[in-house]
Design a protein around this ligand. Structure first.
Ligand code: G6Q
Length: 546
């Protein structure tokens, strides 16, 4: 790392030391405008960073570090299509998929904006034709079910978005199959009718073992019931960069929707991989979703670093990860519609920044991507919040909440929101020994009982939280939220000097199982395996039902 950056890190480290014994509560007491100083409203969304262990000086140092990491240049390189995914020699242009400005974007000297438009329009037409009953099943029935078969980046985004925007869905039910566990697809095949079902095979490579196993199973199931192979053309579509393999599978050319190697799997929800979303919520709403992502791109590209929401979130995460030993962070939406949001972010963040080698090919000497976890509130309060409040780990939390859900039961929704507000406050304030003492006394506990209970009832507090509140979970809002986290992850990758856009660990997984599978198929264990692996395989053989 360059000397100048090391010097800034040293300044940040000293600053961290001076903040160790200062509570967030006292920072509020010292500055009556702290909320105004550390919060932003953007497109009617409130981003409140004020409940963090941070002051102006520490934030300025962090921004200085981002500047010296050439963050602005890195942002421009990404948007302009420079091959920043250098280990795969690829540009990173998911932002081009939602670029509604009409701006030309070049990859290898070719303007890609026209191709994007062509594939997008083809996919949206297909979606509308299904929704309007123009594209019918092979026996003339209106399509009622769509099954998206894909895994990882070809599954998590579409599944999360369809769940989140369910209130916009039409009368086609979208099902998702991802796991190679046959139980997953069998559950879906049990409830759909081949005459009114369309399968979307979503796979960038069209070679992924799990997806191809499920796609072939779906095809067999379909042909067993519909007999004529030509009928596959009515009921199967493919979303892929590998057109040849889609054709070999039997998908007709008109049902193949393409994208490009510069769209990473976990960033592909904006591409034709999002076709299931367009079928569910309609093409106009899909465009609104793209617009939300585009708006956040504009903010990210144009705002100065100290007013740039993804940059600030990234810097706070960097601060806790590097200087406060936070190994994990939790994302807790107080919004049932965001049930799958944390799971989606888990891949986005951990696959992107779960790296140990820097851009110069050296092993890094610091922590990179944190462990991201979480689920919706209030459910999380009744499971793992105990550990956040009183455990030994330091866990920053992002809280998300929706003001107007569309539910008519506003009073019950207020119960949800009051829990959300109360948790962020309690995590910051905690409960002191004196308060516990007072409380127990007022409940008539004896002195001995008070002494016994007191330490267990103290909450240290001072747990940092970010708060994001949106008025309504519209397609635009969701698009904006996803793009926000994408850019946060990008910024952190720049600060850590890693490539956030490859995933060799995933590639390894794709290869490893193949050898074991061939041994399981022929019933012969390679003696070169270690004792445990051989023992496990023998146990499987001995217990397989023939
Ligand atoms: C995402 C990863 C990975 C990928 C899946 C599916 O960034 O590369 O999750 O999306 O392995 O790959 P295919 O789309 O090629 O089937």
């Amino acid at each position: 790392m360059e000397e100048i950056k090391t010097k800034i890190l040293e300044k940040i480290f000293q600053k961290k030391k001076s903040l160790e014994n200062i509570s967030i509560k006292s920072l509020f007491e010292a500055n009556p405008h702290r909320f105004e100083d550390f919060s932003f409203e953007y497109n009617k969304v409130l981003f409140d960073f004020s409940k963090n262990i941070i002051d102006e000086e520490s934030l300025n140092y962090l921004i200085e570090f981002a500047e010296k990491s050439n963050l602005v240049e890195n942002i421009n390189d990404m948007f302009l299509g420079k091959k920043i995914n250098f280990t795969e020699n690829r540009a990173v242009l998911h932002t081009a998929l939602r670029n509604l400005s009409g701006e030309q974007i070049f990859v290898d000297g070719k303007d890609i904006s026209k191709d994007i438009k062509v594939e997008l329009n083809k996919a949206l037409n297909f979606a509308e034709n299904l929704r309007n009953g123009i594209h019918l099943g092979c026996t003339g029935k209106k399509i009622k079910n769509v099954v998206n078969i894909g895994i990882g980046g070809s599954h998590l985004g579409p599944d999360m978005v369809c769940t989140a925007l369910n209130k916009y869905s039409g009368d086609i039910t979208v099902h998702f199959v991802s796991n190679v566990d046959p139980f997953d697809i069998e559950q879906v095949l049990k409830i759909v009718d081949p005459e009114n079902t369309v399968f979307l095979i979503a796979s960038k490579t069209f070679t992924t073992q799990e997806t191809m196993a499920n796609a072939n199973k779906a095809k067999r199931w379909f042909l067993d019931r519909m007999s004529e192979p030509d009928f596959v053309a009515f009921h199967f579509a493919a979303l892929s960069t590998n057109v040849r393999a889609c054709k070999d599978f039997g998908v007709s050319e008109s049902n193949i929707f393409g994208f490009w190697d510069w769209v990473g799997g976990r960033y592909s929800v904006w591409s034709v991989i999002g076709l299931s979303i367009a079928i569910s919520i309609g093409s106009a709403n899909f465009m609104r979703f793209l617009k939300g992502g585009y708006d956040m791109d504009m903010h990210f590209r144009n705002q100065p670093l100290n007013q740039n929401i993804p940059v600030l979130m990234a810097l706070l995460g960097f601060w806790y990860n590097e200087f406060w030993n936070a190994e994990t962070y939790a994302v807790i939406p107080y919004d049932q519609n965001l049930l799958k949001f944390s799971e989606f972010l888990q891949q986005l963040d951990m696959e992107s920044n779960g790296k140990r080698i820097n851009r110069s090919g050296e092993v890094v000497k610091y922590n990179t991507g944190p462990i991201l976890w979480g689920t919706i509130g209030t459910n999380s309060q009744h499971s793992f919040f105990q550990l956040i409040h009183q455990g030994t780990r330091f866990i920053p939390v992002d809280f998300l909440a929706c003001v107007n859900t569309g539910s008519e039961d506003i009073e019950q929704h207020k119960i949800l929101l009051s829990n959300f507000v109360a948790q962020t406050e309690a995590l910051m304030l905690g409960k002191s020994e004196a308060e516990v003492q007072e409380e127990l006394k007022s409940e008539n506990f004896s002195n001995d009982e008070i002494e016994l209970l007191k330490p267990h009832k103290v909450f240290p507090g001072n747990k940092p939280t970010n708060v994001i509140i949106y008025n309504e979970l519209t397609p635009e809002t969701l698009g904006m939220l996803i793009a926000l986290y994408e850019h946060k992850v990008f910024v952190q990758g720049v600060l850590w000097e890693i490539n956030s856009f490859d995933q060799w660990g995933v590639e390894l997984g794709k290869i490893l199982a193949k050898k074991i599978l061939s041994e399981l198929q022929i019933g012969k264990i390679d003696n070169k395996h270690d004792g445990s692996t051989k023992g496990i395989m023998k146990f499987l053989f001995d217990n397989f039902k023939s």
